[in-house]
Structure formats: structure tokens, C-alpha cells
Design a protein around this ligand. Structure first.
Ligand SMILES: *[C@@H]1O[C@H](CO)[C@@H](O)[C@H](O)[C@H]1NC(C)=O
Ligand SMILES: *[C@@H]1O[C@H](CO)[C@@H](O)[C@H](O)[C@H]1NC(C)=O
Length: 342
């Protein structure tokens, strides 16, 4: 299945099963309410989107729709929070500059941020159980620096865009997508793809590692209707984050390392890309997400209330850890060391 054709179908036929929408940048901040609650600054920098009830500590008992007064997502019943690491360009003189995000394909004029998908079963077959209040999870491991050939390796990848979003066809992770950061300049930017696990144990809203309560299908894939393992029998929507990194200002070969390596490094000190990861804190109002999944919503989901991209862009938050985000930095935020081994 080709992503482009899926999106084209989604645009033409709102009943397609891929709910896809932009969540503009809420804040770039050194916090991580899932992995490091109460810790400010957290070890590495994140870019976070969604409802403005985001905080250093987010007790699972909080009802985010009643705590937040706005969301940076297009769907106004979605006060969830979504975040990833931040990408930096390392110049030849050793200083770092944050790579901005830009509006993803078909989603202008979003102010960067993250494109979020909630995918019901393909071909509108079968049902998924939407997440419950207090649910959270993550995918990926910030300490990873190599391809382990496991579920996470299949789920996390990068697409090297040519001009105007041109790329090889294929699902995110398919086509010419790479598991490491692209080794060559990408003239239209780099898209990072993060698919979350799609099977849940049906009991725990979270787990100590924020992963054990969810799992990948036992065989096959979500797309192929693969069965969930007996330990995690409940099919949940497939969440995908796409981050469109605007690397276009950093494509001059004269600025790239003289040893032929690529110059980008993630905020957790990862110059490989294998440590890419994504975090999710559920915060939809009432049963809005379940309604959208049951209706196999695509873009323009009539079951959900929307706001304009301009209104979504206006929902922003101040940093909890005040530090410059767009200056040239002599080290990664927090002095995070760059490491190529685990
Ligand atoms: C974040 O938490 C602090 C400390 O508990 C609190 O004072 C503040 O109001 C919270 N901010 C938001 C946006 O909920
Ligand atoms: C380092 O290089 C970048 C990119 O060429 C430049 O903008 C910056 O001013 C340089 N910083 C120093 C301290 O030379």
C-alpha cells in the first residue's frame, strides 16, 4: 500500500480509516511528564504538542479536557499530549542549532509540530478500543544506537524528501525509508515516522517502563490484521506520529562534516537516529475518539469538532525550564553527550 495513494483516497473519501491531523508546536521544553515526572529539567529536550494542561507532573487521575483551556491540535476534543525528541544540526565549528519543524504535506498552515494519525483497521474491517482516561505509553528507546531488527526497528524510520515532498512511494517505513538518519542531504526535509504498538493488556493504563502494557501483533502487522498476543488481547488504534523536520537550511555540502558523515543529532545525544522515540498521554474528551474510530474517520471527520489551523497555532505554552531554543549552542541542552555506542 502506498502512503500517497492512501492519503489521496483519504482526501477524496472521508470514510477512510486514517484519522490524520496536525498538532502545532505547543512548546519546546526540557520536560518529560511520562518518563521523568516532577523533574525539570529532564535529561533531554523535547518538542511537545496538544492540550495546554501539559505540565512537569501529570497525575493519571487528571481529566485533561477539564484542565486544559486550549489544544494545538485541529480536533478540539483532543487534549492529549504528544512529544518527541528534538533534532539539531551540528556545524563544522562544533556548535548546534535546533532544526525547526514545518507543516506536513496537505496540512498547511500548521505551525510545525507533529502530525498525528489514529488508524482504525484497514479496509474498515474490525473494531478498535479507544484508550481510557489516564492511558499513556511510549515507543522507542533513547539509548539505542543500532538496528535490533525487532518491532521497534520496524516502527521507527525516516523518509528523505525531495523538493515539494517528493519521495519514493511506500508506507512510512517502506519504500526507501531508512532506520538511521538519512546519510545524504534531503532537499525537501526529513520526515520521522513513529508507529506505536497496537495491542493492549486491557487492564493497565501504564506500566513502569511505559511499554509492557502494550505489544505488537503476534504475527503479521496491524495493517495485515495480525492477531494480538493472548497477553495483550485488546486491539487499540494504531497511533502514528510524523514529524516534518525542516532541514532545508542545512543542506550545503560545505557545512557537512568533512569525513562524509551526516550532521544531524537528536537531543538525547544520538547522531544515528536509532534512538528516536515518541511519547503519548491520552486526553480525548468523553468518547470522542471511540466515535471517530467506530466511524472509520479519515480527514474531515464529521463526528469530531474542529478549529481552524490559525486557532490551533495560537495555543502555545511557556517553557517550564527557561532556556534558549533557537540560539547556536556550544553543547546540546543539558550538556547531553553525543554517543554512538550503547
Ligand atoms: C503546573 O503545575 C504547577 C505546579 O503544580 C501549577 O502551579 C501550574 O498551574 C500547572 N500548570 C498548568 C498549565 O496546569
Ligand atoms: C559556527 O558555524 C555556524 C554555521 O556556519 C555559524 O552560524 C556560527 O556563527 C559559528 N559559530 C562560531 C562561534 O563561530
Amino acid at each position: 500500500m502506498q502512503l500517497l495513494s492512501v492519503i489521496t483516497v483519504a482526501l477524496a473519501a472521508p470514510a477512510s480509516a486514517m484519522l490524520r491531523f496536525s498538532c502545532s508546536q505547543l512548546v519546546v521544553d526540557r520536560i518529560d511528564p511520562l518518563v521523568n515526572p516532577g523533574v525539570a529539567p529532564s535529561p533531554h529536550m523535547h518538542q511537545l504538542v496538544g492540550g495546554n494542561a501539559l505540565n512537569v507532573t501529570m497525575d493519571p487521575s487528571l481529566d485533561l479536557p477539564t484542565q486544559a483551556s486550549c489544544t494545538s491540535c485541529l480536533y478540539t476534543e483532543d487534549f492529549s499530549n504528544y512529544w518527541t525528541a528534538v533534532l539539531y544540526f551540528k556545524a563544522r565549528n562544533g556548535t548546534y542549532k535546533r532544526v525547526p519543524t514545518f507543516a506536513n504535506q496537505y496540512l498547511e498552515p500548521a505551525n510545525g509540530g507533529i502530525t498525528v494519525y489514529y488508524i482504525a483497521p484497514y479496509d474498515n474491517k474490525g473494531k478498535v478500543t479507544a484508550f481510557k482516561k489516564g492511558f499513556r505509553m511510549l515507543v522507542g528507546d533513547p539509548t539505542r544506537r543500532s538496528d535490533k531488527g525487532d518491532g521497534d526497528s520496524r516502527m521507527l524510520s525516516f523518509r528523505c524528501w525531495g523538493k515539494d515532498f517528493a519521495s519514493e512511494p511506500g508506507m512510512p517505513g517502506g519504500g526507501a525509508d531508512t532506520k538511521a538518519l538519512p546519510p545524504k542531504p534531503c532537499h525537501g526535509g526529513v520526515r520521522a515516522n513513529h508507529f506505536f504498538p497496537t495491542c493492549w493488556d486491557g487492564v493497565n493504563l501504564d506500566s513502569p517502563d511505559h511499554r509492557s502494557h502494550v505489544a505488537y501483533p503476534e504475527s503479521g502487522s496491524f495493517e495485515s490484521g495480525g492477531p494480538c498476543p493472548a497477553s495483550h488481547p485488546v486491539h487499540i488504534p494504531q497511533i502514528l506520529y510524523e514529524v516534518a523536520w525542516d532541514t532545508r537550511a542545512f543542506n550545503d555540502p560545505n557545512d557537512w562534516p568533512e569525513d562524509g558523515s551526516q550532521p544531524f543529532v537528536f537531543s538525547m545525544g544520538d547522531p544515528t537516529g536509532y534512538g528516536t522515540h515518541a511519547d503519548y498521554v491520552f486526553g480525548w474528551k468523553d468518547d470522542a475518539l471511540q466515535r471517530a474510530m467506530d466511524a472509520y474517520c479519515g480527514v474531515n471527520c464529521v463526528q469530531l469538532k474542529t478549529q481552524s489551523p490559525q486557532a490551533a497555532n495560537r495555543c502555545t505554552l511557556g517553557q517550564k525550564v527557561a532556556e534558549p531554543i533557537d540560539a547556536w549552542l556550544t553543547e546540546l541542552p543539558g550538556g547531553m553527550p553525543v554517543t554512538t555506542s550503547e
